[in-house]
Design a protein. Structure first.
Length: 85
């Protein structure tokens, strides 16, 4: 397993690592045996909704002013050299 995970484990630590990994696998097996048939799947443990701010314009449109420094502009868009054929 250490080889698959690209871990370097010293020879004297192999027995201890195997024991720890075995306990982890046993614990996961124990969890998979729990009855979850009456449990509703959820995305978040708290029943809350996300507070969103109103979708309102808060700043003026300065596009023309900002694009004055661009070398090439057409119809409000920046023109750039073609890089993909």
């Amino acid at each position: 397993m250490a080889m698959l995970a690209r871990l370097k484990v010293a020879d004297e630590d192999i027995a201890e690592a195997c024991e720890k990994l075995s306990r982890i696998v046993d614990f996961v097996d124990q969890l998979s045996q729990a009855d979850t048939s009456g449990v509703v799947p959820m995305a978040h443990p708290l029943d809350q909704t996300q507070r969103l701010r109103p979708d309102a314009v808060t700043e003026p449109n300065n596009r023309d002013h900002v694009q004055q420094n661009a070398s090439q502009v057409a119809d409000g868009m920046y023109l750039v050299p073609k890089v993909i054929e």
